[in-house]
Design a protein around this ligand. Structure first.
Ligand SMILES: *[C@@H]1O[C@H](CO)[C@@H](O)[C@H](O)[C@H]1NC(C)=O
Ligand SMILES: *[C@@H]1O[C@H](CO)[C@@H](O)[C@H](O)[C@H]1NC(C)=O
Ligand SMILES: *[C@@H]1O[C@H](CO)[C@@H](O)[C@H](O)[C@H]1NC(C)=O
Length: 361
């Protein structure tokens, strides 16, 4: 009822269903988690509970589209606007960038993440020992590369990554750091995972948006006629699903082993440990009309020696893949995603990818 009274208010983040709080100075509805972020910028935002606080009449009419359009007047197209599902650092930096630093209030500003180069230190997880160490990263728009160096003044980079093959995604829980960012890229046809963070939330979110800015630049070159609205979804994106399942080998005699699975559209990767640099294997998921299929359960007679009961069978033109999930809800969710991917027709690039998978050493 109270919410209906603030009829002119709008939601701060997309997808918010149960705001519960409002900022009467900004005229936006916010959720509990975001209300904490707003409270940290008291000069700009005055937070009140929708059910517990007393609201003056003028505070209820304050909200409007105008306020939002003032603070979001010039958001660069590649800048990632978080939804309510995103992690704290993304939501917090979006709110601070908008209201506290007023980064998007005037058109024509030069953004640090748009300067064409970015050079700085990030904590990077060692591939072999799992230790996080400070490493220098350099992003160069001119070359379309992200490089990292093991020593600050090293001449040769340890790795040179083509920005157009990068997918960057925030993974605070998996990495065990609130600012943890996973960067994946293709190396010799395999997906390489890199895990980084910066103590400062603004720094890591600026790196994330700087990578997106360079990616947009390259997409514009690759697709000259495309509109921004067509290109933005091609920027780094989140994985469809991640989690543990058990799997068995091709002869189905090895026994079921617990693995971490990541579904990146048509690539289903499995790793021994969620933070491994390389997947142990990858399965390409093509479309149903090209011999791919998924079903619930395992083939009759499968010797199921694993601990988990909820089976999934994936059929590819080459072989069957058998998986088991701990819980039925996991099984249902994986199968839903596999079905969605297999029901979609394959693009020309995906045929190339399928051929690459078949001819991989
Ligand atoms: C932004 O950068 C461009 C090119 O470097 C420069 O010409 C312009 O004056 C800058 N604008 C502002 C507001 O600093
Ligand atoms: C990153 O995402 C693109 C689509 O945006 C996809 O084609 C590519 O395979 C992904 N790369 C990696 C290394 O995950
Ligand atoms: C795909 O799997 C479903 C479920 O097991 C089965 O009913 C269907 O016949 C299969 N389709 C093909 C083409 O094998």
């Amino acid at each position: 009822l109270k919410q209906r009274k603030h009829s002119s208010y709008i939601k701060e983040l997309e997808g918010e269903t149960d705001p519960g709080w409002g900022s009467c100075s900004l005229g936006v509805f916010i959720c509990l988690a975001c209300s904490g972020i707003h409270r940290n910028i008291p000069d700009i935002s005055k937070v009140k509970s929708l059910s517990l606080s007393r609201w003056e009449d003028h505070e209820m009419q304050n909200g409007n589209e105008l306020m939002k359009s003032k603070y979001e007047a010039a958001v660069p197209v590649y800048y990632y606007k978080p939804t309510h599902k995103d992690c704290q650092v993304l939501r917090e930096q979006w709110i601070r960038a908008k209201y506290e630093r007023k980064e998007f209030s005037e058109p024509g500003r030069n953004f640090t993440y748009e300067e064409g180069t970015r050079d700085g230190m990030l904590m990077k997880r060692g591939r072999d020992n799992g230790q996080f160490l400070s490493r220098r990263f350099v992003l160069l728009e001119r070359e379309g590369t992200l490089k990292y160096f093991t020593k600050y003044d090293a001449k040769e980079p340890k790795a040179v990554i083509k920005v157009d093959s990068i997918n960057a995604t925030f993974q605070p829980e998996k990495i065990g750091n609130p600012n943890g960012l996973q960067i994946t890229y293709l190396k010799d046809y395999s997906t390489r995972n890199m895990f980084v963070y910066h103590e400062n939330g603004k720094e890591i979110v600026d790196w994330f948006n700087a990578i997106r800015a360079v990616q947009l630049h390259y997409l514009k070159v690759a697709f000259p006629g495309a509109t921004d609205a067509e290109l933005v979804p091609k920027l780094t994106r989140n994985f469809l699903k991640e989690g543990y399942m058990e799997k068995t080998g091709p002869r189905q005699t090895e026994g079921f082993k617990k693995r971490w699975f990541t579904l990146d559209h048509r690539r289903l990767m499995y790793l021994k440990d969620p933070l491994d640099a390389y997947a142990k294997g990858e399965v390409f998921l093509g479309s149903r009309d090209h011999g791919y299929n998924v079903s619930l359960g395992l083939p009759a007679g499968t010797h199921c020696n694993g601990a988990w009961q909820h089976g999934i069978t994936i059929e590819t033109p080459e072989r069957l893949f058998l998986f088991t999930c701990e819980m039925e809800s996991d099984q249902q969710e994986w199968v839903k995603h596999f079905n969605n991917v297999m029901n979609a027709p394959m693009s020309p690039q995906e045929y190339t990818m399928e051929a690459m998978f078949k001819h991989r050493p």
